[in-house]
Design a protein around this ligand. Structure first.
Ligand SMILES: Nc1ncnc2c1ncn2[C@@H]1O[C@H](COP(=O)(O)OP(=O)(O)O)[C@@H](O)[C@H]1O
Ligand SMILES: Cc1ncc(C[n+]2csc(CCOP(=O)(O)OP(=O)(O)O)c2C)c(N)n1
Ligand SMILES: [Mg+2]
Length: 355
């Protein structure tokens, strides 16, 4: 079946298709009085709740590579990385505005595939796709998502409330997204090599990626930890500080410490790293702890709670206590498996303009 060029239906024909795909997300949000179709989306904020807003860009060749990324996964990830920021405030996402700049190589079906992923993720998180903007792009695909969320004022969690003596907690496991990215880049290099040598495409030269599905899923299809926000609310736990891990554990811990005016000591042996991430690191002769500290794109939550609240999280396997908050003069340190202290100021994470 030939693909339909976007020029055949034009900008407004494309927006109609996008609106149809966004439609099922509207049901979960009755406060949204108008979604796609007017000059603005119209939202009726609920009474006493505070509103939070976040935005993140996804740019071709910076955040994704279309050779290794299915478009529906990319759509889902664009929603999830923003929901993750809402979760980091201990808040709930309500609606999203999605803007895309589309390169000339894209067909109507490719845009639809992207929105199928967004719409699916939005439904999972109970948020509506309420509007956006569409442009052509003279270079690669660019996706910008803005999400509004809500939270009761007393539950709002910022980066700046950690105090010495408190526990540092992290959700899920770390390092998987970096492992997935390394594997995908390895497979891409093999594929390009093959094409360059004019060899016919042959699936058998590629690794069987099924055996790496956990790491690849962490990279291509991360989930924001809205389940953790629900858990925290259900147990009436209000972290004193919280951040999501987009740039690596080390960077995010520094953000909490800088904004809370504290130090921190975390323990290498307590950093949760899955067996499959360790296996990939061994295979690629790389270091899973470095991935956890600097890899980023985990979309797990890093937060602090008073020691007395330990028993409230103790039985929950999705949360690991990895260390404690210290005085500001103590710096931000990792105690390695031999008890040696490593200054985490020397191990920073992802930086768009980093050397
Ligand atoms: N171009 C920009 N203009 C205004 N504010 C920005 C810009 N880029 C980032 N920020 C703000 O700087 C802070 C840190 O951004 P970032 O590191 O991207 O956070 P996150 O990891 O939560 O996405 C956020 O409050 C964000 O809104
Ligand atoms: C093609 C490609 N190159 C590199 C990466 C790795 N990468 C891209 S952005 C990023 C960090 C997170 O992105 P950022 O824009 O800093 O998110 P924010 O902190 O604003 O949430 C990482 C590790 C990737 N996923 N794909
Ligand atoms: Mg950001």
């Amino acid at each position: 079946m030939p693909y339909k060029a976007i020029r055949e239906i034009g900008e407004f024909g494309l927006i109609d298709k996008i609106a149809a795909l966004a439609e099922p997300t509207l049901q979960a949000v009755p406060e949204l009085l108008k979604g796609i179709g007017d000059d603005c989306a119209i939202y009726q904020p609920s009474g006493k709740l505070l509103q939070v807003a976040t935005t993140d860009l996804l740019v071709d060749q910076v955040h994704f590579d279309l050779l290794t990324t299915p478009l529906n996964h990319l759509g889902s990830k664009a929603i999830s990385v923003n929901v993750s920021d809402i979760c980091a405030m201990n808040a709930f996402p309500r609606f999203a505005l999605v803007s895309i700049a589309i390169p000339p190589s894209f067909s109507t079906e490719m845009v639809e595939e992207l929105y199928k992923g967004m719409s699916h993720a939005a439904k999972e998180y109970g948020l509506a796709i309420a509007g956006g903007d569409t442009s052509s792009s003279r270079s690669g695909l660019i996706i910008s998502v803005t999400i509004m969320g809500e939270v009761e004022p007393e539950k709002l969690t910022k980066r700046n409330g950690a105090k010495p003596g408190e526990l540092i907690c992290v959700t899920g496991s770390l390092g998987g997204a970096a492992a997935g990215l390394k594997l995908l880049m390895r497979e891409k290099a093999i594929m390009l090599d093959h094409f360059e040598n004019n060899e016919p495409y042959n699936k058998s030269v590629m690794a069987d990626l099924k055996e790496y599905s956990e790491a690849i899923q962490c990279q291509l299809l991360p989930t924001a930890r809205l389940d953790i926000v629900r858990f925290l609310h259900s147990r009436n736990i209000c972290p004193t500080s919280m951040i999501d891990i987009s740039d690596g554990l080390s960077s995010e811990l520094h953000h909490i410490c800088r904004q809370s005016n504290t130090g921190a000591l975390i323990h290498e042996s307590r950093i949760p790293i899955s067996a499959s991430t360790r296996r990939v690191a061994d295979e690629l002769q790389d270091d899973a702890i470095t991935w956890a500290l600097t890899g980023g794109e985990e979309y797990q939550l890093l937060f602090t709670i008073p020691k007395e609240e330990y028993e409230l999280i103790d039985d929950y396997k999705e949360i690991s206590v990895i260390g404690e908050v210290t005085d500001p003069d103590s710096g931000v340190f990792l105690s390695d498996i031999y008890g040696m202290r490593i200054d985490l100021a020397t191990i920073r994470g992802f930086d768009h303009f980093g050397r």
